[in-house]
Design a binder for this molecule. Structure first.
Ligand SMILES: C[S@@+](CC[C@H](N)C(=O)[O-])C[C@H]1O[C@@H](n2cnc3c(N)ncnc32)[C@H](O)[C@@H]1O
Length: 306
């Protein structure tokens, strides 16, 4: 039975927090692992307003670490700044920080995601909604059962599409109103693995330039976010231009990867002196947006203008 948002975001002492309490290290470790898996399962079923999922998994990048480890060990050293774009709950951001630290780096890590803040809104006794700040339902909770708010293909066959679309369009104005009036409980869709860690998880849209990030990062990861299945090439070019601006300068690294089950297709890029990315290494078939990253027209234009 799917966990409701109310149960999931319940206060310390609930099942999900056991593993994070001090004492009995081994037992706590096992419990923490189970809790993180449960946490991922919960968040992975949430579909955001722009069609992306919060899907993530613990240790999903272990194989990438093995492949790119030697290059990163060589290139991302000492104090450095790292940006994890589309970090979801930040769980794999924590893992990235741990991995880099184990390679000898002292990383200052920021994770970003477009959707971190959410609200629990009570509608009637026994009925609540997990909503994004714009009133977009992410999950319904009815009589202790969590119900998915998004529509999948099968819903068109079973006609479950109708009540789902109807519920969303009828509820959205009401959810917005309640949130605006402060009649909701704010929650953050972030991993409990972040607690006590010096890692910031901040809301940011990769399609909107962020001046505070300019020329700041030595290593940027964009995992399972810049996918052709999510965004059109023109949009992706905008994201790539922003990422390039966020790189500290020549020599900065960018990892773009798409994961399907146990298979990773990704490319590690390096920013060159001329302001364009070049391929350093690949895993699987390489990133599906490699051509967009390397053939970035914006860089060529700027080079021409200077
Ligand atoms: C499939 S998850 C990937 C999570 C993690 N990087 C991983 O690979 O396990 C994609 C994430 O990108 C976020 N996202 C979607 N659109 C975004 C945008 N425009 N800017 C930043 N993050 C975005 C979603 O909220 C979601 O958490």
């Amino acid at each position: 039975m799917t966990l409701t948002a109310k149960r999931f975001f319940s206060p310390p002492g609930s099942r999900l927090d056991r593993g994070f309490q001090a004492g009995r290290a081994k037992e706590a470790d096992r419990s923490m692992e189970a809790d993180l898996a449960l946490e991922c399962e919960y968040f992975s079923n949430l579909k955001m307003r722009n069609g992306t999922f919060k899907l993530t998994r613990p240790s999903r990048f272990a194989m990438l670490e093995a492949v790119f480890g030697p290059i990163l060990r060589e290139r991302v050293k000492g104090p450095c700044t790292v940006l994890d774009i589309g970090a979801s709950t930040g769980l794999t951001t924590v893992e990235l920080a741990d991995f880099l630290r184990a390679q000898g780096a002292a990383p200052h890590v920021i994770g970003t995601d477009l959707f971190i803040e959410a609200h629990l809104v009570d509608l009637a006794p026994g009925i609540h909604v997990l909503s994004d700040p714009d009133g977009w339902p992410l999950q319904y909770g009815v009589a202790g059962v969590g119900i998915r708010a998004w529509v999948r293909r099968l819903d068109y066959v079973t006609l479950a599409v109708l009540p789902r679309l109807l519920a969303r369009s009828l509820l959205r104005p009401r959810l917005r109103r309640q949130i605006a009036a402060g009649a909701s409980q704010s929650v953050r869709m972030e991993s409990r693995a972040l607690s006590g860690r010096p890692i910031r998880l901040v809301e940011n849209d990769i399609f909107v330039p962020e001046p505070a990030f300019e020329a700041r990062f030595d290593f940027i990861r964009a995992a399972n976010i810049l996918n052709l299945g999510y965004f059109k090439p023109d949009r992706l070019r905008v994201a790539i231009a922003n990422i390039r601006a966020y790189c500290r300068g020549p020599g900065a690294l960018l990892l773009v990867v798409k994961t399907g089950g146990a298979q990773h297709d990704g490319t590690l890029f390096e920013l060159g002196e001329a302001g364009s990315f070049r391929v350093l290494a690949r895993v699987g078939k390489g990133s599906e947006i490699e051509a967009l990253v390397v053939g970035d027209a914006g860089a060529a234009e700027r080079r021409g203008a200077s």
